[in-house]
Design a protein around this ligand. Structure first.
Ligand SMILES: CC(C)(COP(=O)(O)OP(=O)(O)OC[C@H]1O[C@@H](n2cnc3c(N)ncnc32)[C@H](O)[C@@H]1OP(=O)(O)O)[C@@H](O)C(=O)NCCC(=O)NCCSC(=O)CCC(=O)O
Length: 336
C-alpha cells in the first residue's frame, strides 16, 4: 500500500521523478505534447458545430453535462456566440459579449439559437441571441463585433509569474495521485473523485496551487490555472477561438467565490450572468493562464472576475460573472 503523504507532497512531486503508479504507462506521452491533427477538439467538431435550420436560426447539441444535470453555461454561451458570429462578415472580430442565464438548460433536448441582427455600424456590429428550449429562453446574449482598428492607446496589466504548464500536473493526474496516496478517503469521497475522472470535460486544466484549487484548505478567493481546449483546433479563425474561450471561461470561475469557506458546502450554484471582453488574438488549444478572483460575496450571490493570459504574457480576454451560491455547513462523517 502506498504510504500516506502530506497535502503538499501529494501535489508537489515533480512529474519526471515520479515512478508510474498502478495501471499507469511509464512510456505514455506527456500531456503537454501538442495534439496531433487527427485528435480534433470535440469543441469544434461537435459542440460548437451548430446546425443551420433557417436564416439566423440554429440548433446546438450537448457533449459534456455537469453532475448538476443542468447544461454547462459555457456551452450555451459558446454556442450563442457561434450563432451570432455566423451573421457578421469575415472582417469583424468579436470584442465582447454579455449574457444572462435565465433558466436552467435541459440536457434532454437540443437548444435553439435565434439571432437578431440588432445593428450594423461602420466600426461596431451588435447581435442579440436568444437560446431557447421548450419554447422559453434559457439565455439571452448580446455580442458585439468590431473591424480591426489601431490606436496609440494601448496598455494592459502584467501577467502573474507562475510555474509553466510543463512543470504542473493536470487535474486528472492530481486526482489519481490523491486516490493513490490517501488510502483513508471515505468511500463517498473516493466515488466522487472517480466520477470526476470519468467526466468527459473537453477542457484540460493544470492548477497552479492544487490544494487551493480543490478547496482542501481555506484560501483567499483567488486561483490560477492553465487551461486549453482538449484536442487540436489549429489556426482556425479568431471568431472560432473566441467561441471556444467563451466555453472555457465559465469553467471553475464561480467556484473561486467558495475558496475562503472550507467549512461550507455548496448545495446549489449557478451562474446568473457572464460578460467577456476579447483583447488580442490567441489560440484556445494552446495553454492560457486563467487568473480568477472574487472581490465580493453576499446575499447568496458571489462575483467572480477572470483574466485569460496568453503564455507570452499578452492579456487575451477578461471575464466577469455573478452567480447564486447556496451553502450549508460541512458535517464531518465517520470514515467507517
Ligand atoms: C438562478 C435561477 C435558479 C433563478 O432562481 P429563482 O430562485 O428565481 O428560480 P426558481 O425557479 O424560483 O428556483 C430555483 C430553485 O431554487 C430554489 N430557491 C429559490 N429561492 C430560494 C431560497 N431563497 N432559498 C433556498 N432555495 C431557493 C427553488 O425552490 C428551486 O429549487 P428546485 O429546483 O429544487 O425546485 C434561474 O435563473 C436559473 O436556473 N438560471 C440558469 C442558471 C444556469 O443554469 N447557469 C448556467 C449553468 S451554471 C454554470 O455553468 C457554472 C459553472 C460552474 O459551476 O463552474
Amino acid at each position: 500500500m502506498a504510504g500516506r503523504k502530506t497535502e503538499e507532497e501529494v501535489h508537489s512531486v515533480s512529474r519526471s521523478s515520479d515512478p508510474p503508479g498502478p495501471g499507469e504507462d511509464s512510456s505514455s506521452q506527456s500531456s503537454d505534447a501538442p495534439y496531433p491533427q487527427d485528435l480534433r477538439s470535440v469543441l469544434v467538431t461537435s459542440v460548437l458545430n451548430l446546425e443551420e435550420l433557417d436564416v439566423d436560426l440554429y440548433r446546438g447539441t450537448h457533449h459534456w453535462v455537469p453532475h448538476t444535470q443542468r447544461l454547462f453555461g459555457g456551452q450555451i454561451m459558446g454556442q450563442a456566440l457561434v450563432a451570432a458570429a455566423k451573421s457578421v462578415s469575415d472582417n469583424l472580430y468579436a470584442h465582447s459579449l454579455h449574457c444572462y442565464f435565465v433558466r436552467a438548460g435541459d440536457p434532454k433536448v437540443p437548444v435553439l439559437y435565434q439571432v437578431d441582427r440588432t445593428r450594423d455600424g461602420r466600426s461596431f456590429t451588435v447581435r442579440s441571441v436568444k437560446a431557447i428550449q421548450h419554447g422559453q429562453p434559457i439565455l439571452i446574449c448580446q455580442a458585439s463585433f468590431q473591424v480591426l482598428q489601431t490606436s496609440p492607446l494601448q496598455h494592459q496589466f502584467t501577467m502573474p509569474v507562475v510555474p509553466q504548464p510543463e512543470d504542473l500536473l493536470t487535474a486528472e493526474e492530481l486526482i489519481q495521485r490523491y486516490l493513490r496516496y490517501k488510502p483513508d478517503l471515505t468511500e463517498n469521497a473516493r466515488e466522487g473523485l472517480n466520477k470526476l475522472l470519468a467526466n468527459e470535460v473537453p477542457i484540460e486544466i493544470k492548477p497552479v496551487r492544487p490544494a487551493h484549487f480543490h478547496r482542501l484548505a481555506p484560501a483567499e478567493p483567488k486561483r490560477l490555472f492553465w487551461a486549453r481546449a482538449r484536442g487540436y483546433i489549429g489556426e482556425g479563425t479568431m471568431k472560432l477561438h473566441c467561441c471556444v474561450a467563451a466555453y472555457v471561461s465559465d469553467f471553475a470561475l464561480l467556484g473561486t467565490v467558495l475558496l475562503p469557506y472550507s467549512e461550507y458546502k455548496a448545495y446549489f450554484t449557478a451562474s446568473l450572468d457572464h460578460a467577456m471582453w476579447f483583447h488580442s488574438t490567441f489560440r484556445s488549444d494552446e495553454w492560457m493562464l486563467y487568473e480568477c478572483e472574487s472581490p465580493w460575496a453576499g446575499s447568496s450571490r458571489g462575483l467572480a472576475q477572470g483574466r485569460l493570459w496568453r503564455r507570452d504574457g499578452v492579456l487575451a480576454a477578461t471575464c466577469s460573472q455573478e452567480g447564486v451560491l447556496r451553502v450549508k455547513p460541512v458535517t464531518h462523517t465517520s470514515k467507517l
